[in-house]
Design a binder for this molecule. Structure first.
Ligand SMILES: [Zn+2]
Length: 265
């Protein structure tokens, strides 16, 4: 197993070619990791966004049909993604609010990992049930976090998972950096001061969610006035790369992980 880790640059980011942001709903990427997406795009990383649900419960407006809401939110997400400098958005369209950790969703995520081959993946922390501010974390945010973790390891790297994907031409892929947003316990933070405005503009693209954006603008202005750096916090998990051809031993990452886990408090 390749043990070398990816070095972070002065902005606290790995110098990766491709990053995939996998989240549940339109506007989640902007709210959770918008500043970091902006920074990654600036350094030349190709960032793609994968949204797993259709966002079809994201409005209390009874005059708005579900079909129209889905269409509207897709458009908003495309515009937000463009503003962040990311490449594009993929929509899976599983029903909003009903996401379950099921084999078909796991397979679909694994397919995109193997197709796009990102060295870095950003998603939500499945352990985060609620925040100190009193907010309950949405069930889809927790569920997608768990699915993505399981897709990154072991499913995407192990050819025995979903053999149909091999037939489709998708070979195993080794993600090297897994970043969980708004985590229970952060071990890394990114200063997003220089992309805060970009993130704000991307959030404002979600008109169906933030209206004219007055409160969002005020919140950003307040944060700026405080003069503190605008941080996005993560649980950063570094993963080994593919086994080297020169290695005579079989990959031992799974066994090694269990041995080390037995010693961890
Ligand atoms: Zn959400």
């Amino acid at each position: 197993m390749a043990e070398e880790r990816l070095e972070l640059n002065e902005r606290g980011l790995p110098p990766v070619r491709r990053a995939l942001v996998i989240m549940a709903h339109p506007d989640d990427p902007e709210f959770f990791v918008g500043g970091t997406i902006g920074l990654l795009a600036e350094q030349g990383t190709e960032v793609r966004v994968l949204l797993v649900t259709d966002g079809s419960k994201g409005s209390d407006d009874r005059a708005l049909s579900t079909r129209e809401l889905i269409r509207l939110r897709r458009e908003e997400q495309r515009e937000a993604t463009r503003r962040l400098g990311a490449l594009d958005v993929i929509f899976f369209d599983y029903p909003d609010g009903e996401l379950r950790h099921e084999p078909n969703v796991l397979r679909d995520v694994v397919r995109e990992l193997r197709r796009f081959q990102p060295e870095m993946v950003l998603t939500n922390d499945p352990q985060r049930f609620y925040y100190e501010s009193g907010y309950i974390n949405h069930t889809d945010h927790r569920t997608i976090g768990a699915i993505v973790i399981d897709a990154v390891f072991p499913a995407a790297r192990n050819f025995r998972y979903f053999p149909a994907l091999l037939e489709e031409g998708f070979e195993p892929w080794y993600v090297r950096e897994l970043w969980l947003a708004a985590p229970l316990e952060a071990n890394h933070e990114v200063n997003t001061d220089t992309t805060a405005e970009t993130r704000l503009q991307a959030i404002l693209a979600h008109t169906s969610q933030v209206g004219d954006g007055t409160w969002i603008r005020e919140r950003f202005a307040e944060m700026r006035e405080k003069g503190e750096p605008l941080l996005e916090k993560f649980k950063r998990i570094e993963l080994g790369g593919p086994p080297q051809q020169s290695d005579e031993e079989p990959p031992k990452d799974h066994a090694e992980a269990k041995l080390e886990a037995s010693e961890e408090g």
